[in-house]
Design a protein around this ligand. Structure first.
Ligand code: SF4
Length: 326
């Protein structure tokens, strides 16, 4: 069976040598489809409306590889902490996912498995869980129903919410990861409200920043502000710690600022807040450079070591954030 794997994954496993700067800590697999996805998401190179190369997801290239050789390498590699299977919409795509999961089991690969998918039935969710999938990713991507429609996500917001509820029932909230992309046209207030909504359901939030990719319908859109993204990372992190963030947030119209007290506290000892800025997702997921080039600006940092190499820049951004506080 042919699948795709991210360039970083193939490099980590010794199947190519491109000298990646930061190695992934998860092996990322994408089901294979010659024509990409039947979805029409404007930001996605896999979309049937995009003219992008179909080996791209976000800015990362995902070459084809045989499943068997890939799984053998994953099994032998102690630095792979998880296998993440990502899907596109095509006929019978779930059969591909089930086949990959079964092969991981049959080959005794022995790594935790995540699946990131568009809506599937509750029965199929249960089937994935019974096969040992331990975490489920849901690409809402858009933070509001309006943006969801605008960026042409498949199905409807309501359908995704139903899928989310089914996923929570089957997997439990702590094992569900909602993916949100910052910078698709929503306001900061909308984005924050959306994070609050999902956090109140008990699920995890994985943050991505919008990345313009050549050939997609949104290739001419601008990248979002890093300062705005830092705000959302900080709020997500504090919400995960169970902090009542409402006392740190000021809302005026659709503008959102953080309190000076909070940003000063972060600047006082930024090392205590590194985890706010490091990629957040399933355990062991670091998605190096999924949204940014190595030289930055860095939205998600793949590791603490990478923050340390770029600490001055992060502090500069946090000082800019302080300047916009009231
Ligand atoms: S459904 Fe997923 S893979 Fe398909 S076009 Fe949308 S974002 Fe891309």
């Amino acid at each position: 069976m042919r699948v795709r794997a991210s360039l970083g994954t193939l490099d980590l496993l010794g199947l190519i040598n491109v000298g990646v700067v930061e190695k992934p800590t998860t092996a990322y697999i994408l089901i294979h489809s010659e024509s990409g996805c039947m979805g029409e998401c404007v930001f996605c190179p896999q979309s049937r409306l995009s003219r992008s190369n179909k080996d791209l997801v976000s800015r990362i290239s995902w070459p084809e590889v045989g499943l068997e050789v890939l799984l053998n390498r994953i099994k032998e590699n102690p630095t792979v902490g998880r296998v993440c299977i990502q899907t596109v919409i095509k006929d019978f795509f779930l059969e591909d996912v089930l086949r990959i999961v079964s092969s991981l089991n049959d080959g005794d690969v022995g790594k935790p498995i995540s699946v990131s998918t568009t809506p599937i039935s509750k029965e199929h969710l249960q089937q994935l869980k019974d096969l040992g999938v331990d975490a489920l990713g849901i690409g809402f991507d858009a933070a509001t129903p309006e943006v969801f429609k605008f960026v042409r996500k498949p199905y409807s917001w309501e359908h995704y919410l139903k899928f989310l509820n089914n996923s929570i029932d089957v997997f439990s909230p702590g094992k569900v990861y909602v993916h949100l992309i910052y910078g698709l046209g929503e306001s900061d207030v909308d984005f924050f409200n959306s994070m609050t909504y999902f956090k109140n359901l008990g699920v995890n939030i994985s943050l991505f920043s919008f990345t313009p990719v050549k050939g997609t319908l949104s290739s001419g859109w601008s990248r979002p502000s890093v300062i705005g993204y830092r705000k959302m990372q900080i709020l997500r992190y504090l919400m995960d710690l169970g902090v009542d963030v409402s006392k740190y947030v000021k809302v005026r119209g659709d503008k959102l600022t953080l309190s000076r007290e909070l940003v000063n506290e972060i600047l006082y000892d930024v090392s205590k807040f590194y985890n706010a800025f490091i990629t957040y997702g399933c355990p062991n997921c670091n998605r190096p450079f999924y949204n940014e080039g190595v030289r930055g600006p860095h939205y998600n940092y793949p590791s603490k070591e990478f923050i340390l190499k770029n600490k001055d820049r992060l502090i500069g951004e946090l000082k800019d954030l302080l300047n916009e506080c009231e």
